[in-house]
Design a protein around this ligand. Structure first.
Ligand code: SF4
Length: 217
């Protein structure tokens, strides 16, 4: 089995530091994490542009659900996402919107709190943990599943099984996890696409290229 660290090092060498998450504040990052559910980043950017004057917890909380939903129409599922943002804000308010205070909470306890919020699933919780609350955690998404499968890893189907298997192999290093998720997304967009461009891939010599099975899965 190929060492995960080797995968990371090669992707880092190829694409360089990614500087994620693309947001002007931790709060914007967390709202973006909810908006990006079931859509692409271009649509999120349009919704965030509409929210620009309200991208602060108290200001966003003052908006009615209907007004908020209208502003985030470009992100799709806007009524559901407006309710999710409001649920998230209710939780955030219990900490006086203090990100530094929340950062002091143990990773697993904080993860459970986020998962208890309506509409926050494991992927959304984990990107918030990683990019807003500085917790070293591996984010499992469709890109990671595609790339790991093609490389030849037999990964657990469950979200947490996949995540824990990766975390067992890697050091608890915030920067590494921060970059690794972003590099996986970049690699999936640039080379390991649905129809991959294997010829120029930095992982070509160590890849099992299980492309047919990944296309079905
Ligand atoms: S060699 Fe092809 S299938 Fe394997 S990681 Fe690279 S682009 Fe993906």
């Amino acid at each position: 089995m190929i060492e995960l660290r080797k995968i990371y090092d090669r992707l880092y060498k190829q694409y360089g530091p990614q500087g994620w998450w693309p947001a002007e504040s931790k709060f914007e990052m967390m709202i973006g994490a909810i908006l990006v559910q079931n859509t692409n980043w271009t649509n999120v950017e349009k919704a965030l542009a509409n929210l620009k004057l309200h991208l602060e917890p108290k200001a966003l909380g003052k908006l009615s659900n209907d007004t908020l939903a209208k502003l985030i129409i470009p992100s799709g599922y806007y009524n559901i996402k407006a309710r999710r943002i409001k649920s998230f804000l209710e939780w955030f308010q219990t900490y006086n919107y203090d990100i530094d205070k929340i950062k002091k909470i143990d990773r697993n306890r904080l993860r459970q709190e986020l998962l208890n919020i309506n509409g926050i699933g494991p992927e959304t919780a984990d990107v918030m943990l990683l990019y807003a609350f500085d917790k070293a955690i591996f984010v499992v998404d469709a890109y990671a599943r595609r790339i790991f499968n093609r490389l030849g890893y037999d990964m657990p189907k469950s979200y947490d099984g996949f995540r824990q298997k990766v975390e067992l192999e890697l050091p608890c290093d915030l920067k590494l996890y921060n970059e690794f998720h972003a590099l996986i997304v970049e690699h999936a967009k640039v080379q390991c696409r649905k129809k991959p461009l294997c010829g120029t891939c930095p992982l070509l010599d160590i890849c099992a290229q299980r492309i047919e099975s990944s296309a079905k899965g």
